[in-house]
Design a protein around this ligand. Structure first.
Ligand code: F6P
Length: 328
């Protein structure tokens, strides 16, 4: 055990994700169990710069396991990109006695953590928390499973009304750079077409699919559009399709930020607990600048710089082939 660590600072940063609270709880309780003190840094890196830091104990994290969002709040902080911002952050956390960090977030969070840890030689372990599932080194990120269930619930509801009116719906889901939610939920929701950032689909190709669906007497049609699809979002796609193909009455639903909310699924709660527990254990073993993740059923670690720089194509080939086959 690294006995030189006395107080661990935990924070969430970037887009919130269901399961972050369960992870905070695991970090706080594991650290206390191991005889360490814990501080919660509010609003991510912004809280470090502003000195917005609270003392935490086992009871500070009572009854939060099941809550969406993050009790520590979050932010996207531009000041932390500057050396002056990081200097302020360092002064504030050391003034509170914090000598190690657990950072829960996505790639922006880890970029900041990596630079900061090198600059000030402070140990840091990252936990992948983002609904996008777009980090190398973990099969799943916190919040992804819950977001999928939220999206599928919405698709099912839209299917009811689409089928009743014989309508075509374009449903936009989150994923600026990642089609994980779109592909997974498109398959689970029986979508007729899925547009992904990782794979360009032309409007003519899409129209061909929709024409085939109409010829095959499909009464309702659902197209899932990932936010980062190159055609420019669901409204654009719908407009361009309707200009050439007006067989169906077309509607657009943007699911937006509701995908980030809600009580975490049992999968996310357990993943959050394992990753939070694992992060503290690794910190206390003297490991630093790593991300904890899940591979198969094992908690593994990946250097932060590898997690950040390696691009992992998370869309399984059979899923991509299947999205066309099962939609006939
Ligand atoms: O957390 C990731 C993500 O959900 C992306 O898919 C999306 O583009 C982005 O967050 C939106 O973030 P914001 O809340 O800052 O608009």
């Amino acid at each position: 055990m690294n006995n030189s660590i006395k107080r661990i600072g935990v924070f969430t940063s970037g887009g919130d994700a269901p399961g972050m609270n369960a992870c905070i709880r695991a970090v706080v309780r594991t650290a206390i169990y191991e005889g360490k003190k814990v501080s919660g840094i509010l609003h991510g890196y912004q809280g470090m710069i502003d000195g917005n830091i609270i003392d935490m104990n086992s009871r500070s994290v009572s009854n939060i396991l099941q809550l969406g969002g993050t009790i520590l709040k979050t932010a996207r902080c531009l000041d932390f990109r500057t050396p002056e911002g990081r200097k302020k952050a360092y002064d504030n956390i050391t003034a509170q006695g914090i000598d190690a960090l657990v950072a829960i977030g996505g790639d922006g969070t880890f970029t900041g953590a990596e630079v900061f840890s090198r600059e000030y030689d402070i140990p840091v372990v990252g936990v992948p928390g983002t609904i996008d599932n777009d980090l190398y080194g973990s099969d799943f990120t916190l919040g992804y499973d819950t977001a999928n269930n939220t999206v599928i619930d919405a698709i099912d509801k839209i299917r009811d009304t689409a089928a009743s009116h014989d309508r075509l719906f374009f449903i936009e889901v989150m994923g600026r750079d990642s089609g994980c939610i779109a592909l997974n939920c498109g398959i689970a929701g029986g979508a007729e077409a899925i547009l992904l950032p990782e794979k360009e689909t032309g409007i003519d190709e899409l129209i061909q699919k929709l024409e085939n669906a109409a010829k095959d007497k499909k009464t309702s049609t659902i197209v899932i559009v990932a936010e980062g699809d190159k055609n420019g979002g669901a409204y654009n796609v719908a407009k361009r399709v309707q200009e050439k193909f007006d067989f169906y009455d077309a509607k657009v639903t943007i699911l937006g930020h509701l995908q980030r909310g809600g009580s975490p699924s049992s999968f996310d709660r357990v993943l959050a607990s394992r990753l939070g527990f694992g992060a503290v254990k690794r910190l206390l073993r003297g490991e630093t600048r790593i991300m904890v993740g899940l591979r198969g059923n094992d908690i593994v670690t990946t250097p932060l710089e590898v997690a950040l720089r390696s691009k992992e194509f998370k869309l399984a080939d059979d899923m991509i082939e299947m999205m066309n086959v099962l939609a006939i």
